[in-house]
Design a protein around this ligand. Structure first.
Ligand code: PHE
Length: 339
């Protein structure tokens, strides 16, 4: 028996593995219930009393060295996985996921998924825009206050080139390059010259929606938005549309959802009204259609635009918008696992 133990000690000393799976196979071979080492322990019962002590010590030695060897092999591969040690494949993805998705990315994906289920596809446009796509084609008159330097960041001294102030610019780009039916959403970053506070930032994210076809009506818009609100905030969510004004939609509205925090009873998030505004919307103005090369006699459509920060704040009860941009890991870590 002593001989067999010694043979195993030598054998285990020399074992090698190429990955964690192989290490596990080796562990099973030697240390599982029916493994080679365990079998020797079973046989130990039959060893004559006078040599029990000697054999016992050797057997314990074997078990310790087997355990150590397996641990050492495991550590090698775990180390390789984390640090990508010299000689390993540095491009290999980590076995364990690192970090977490940013809450804005999480909610952007939720919005895209909700609209994908009713046939909306995704497109994007440039963040640096010209006056035509951001303003003129959207029916902004030359003296409209939203063109004011206060709101818009212009590139250098050229008043024609600017950072887009909304994703509505992508409506125009899409209509210029395609004919109806159009059923798309446009997520993106937008820029406004605003003082940074808990409620406003100079960079934020929007998702724009556009649906153009024959006979699209305000009822279609309302039904689409109601579907979205219920998917996003829960089946019991109610919506309310208030008249509003945008140069590129007529009629225009703003949509409120029942406050999902107090359930409509009144709290400081909804300012004790029971409602929170989440988006602007309306029927696409005939001028915007014609400016983009689509016949306003043949087609109608609706558009809407929402702020992702706003929706994320409501969903996760976040009270300060600046948290999204500071990348404080104590904030971001709370979204680990959110997809
Ligand atoms: N672009 C508008 C905004 O940023 C939102 C909007 C989009 C309104 C589409 C109507 C239609 O406030």
């Amino acid at each position: 028996m002593v001989e067999r133990i010694e043979r195993l000690i030598t054998e285990i000393g020399a074992i090698k593995a190429v990955n964690l799976d192989e290490v596990e196979q080796l562990r099973l071979k030697y240390l599982s219930k029916k493994g080679l080492v365990s079998v020797l322990f079973d046989e130990f019962k039959t060893v004559p009393a006078e040599i029990k002590r000697e054999v016992g010590q050797k057997l314990n030695g074997l078990k310790t060295s087997a355990l150590q060897k397996i641990e050492q092999l495991k550590a090698e591969f775990e180390h390789e996985d984390n640090a990508g040690f010299a000689g390993g494949d540095l491009t290999r993805p980590s076995l364990k996921p690192l970090g977490a998705r940013h809450p804005i990315s999480v909610v952007r994906k939720q919005i895209i998924d909700i609209f994908a289920r009713i046939g909306f596809t995704v497109a994007v446009g440039p963040e640096i825009e010209d006056d035509w796509h951001n303003f003129s084609a959207l029916n902004f008159t030359p003296d409209h206050p939203a063109r004011d330097m206060q709101d818009t960041f212009f590139i250098a001294t050229n008043p024609d080139i600017l950072l887009r102030t909304h994703t509505s610019s992508v409506q125009i780009r899409t209509m210029e390059s395609s004919q109806p039916p159009i059923r798309m959403i446009f997520p993106g970053r937008v820029f406004r010259n605003e003082a940074i506070s808990a409620r406003a930032h100079c960079i934020f994210h929007q998702v724009e929606g556009l649906y153009i076809d024959k006979n699209v009506s305000f009822a279609d818009l309302k039904q689409t938005l109601m579907y979205f609100a219920k998917e996003m905030f829960g089946e019991n969510t109610e919506i309310r549309l208030r008249p509003s004004y945008f140069p590129f939609t007529e009629p225009s509205g703003e949509m409120d959802v029942s406050c999902n925090i107090c359930g409509g009873a009144g709290c400081n998030i909804c300012k004790y009204t029971g409602w929170v505004e989440i988006l602007g919307c309306g029927m696409v103005d005939p001028n915007a259609l014609e400016n983009s090369g689509i016949s306003s006699r043949e087609y109608t459509g609706f558009a809407f635009g929402m702020g992702i920060e706003r929706i994320t704040m409501l969903k996760y009860q976040i009270k300060d918008l600046r948290l999204f941009f500071e990348n404080d890991v104590r904030f971001l870590r709370q979204f680990t696992g959110a997809m």
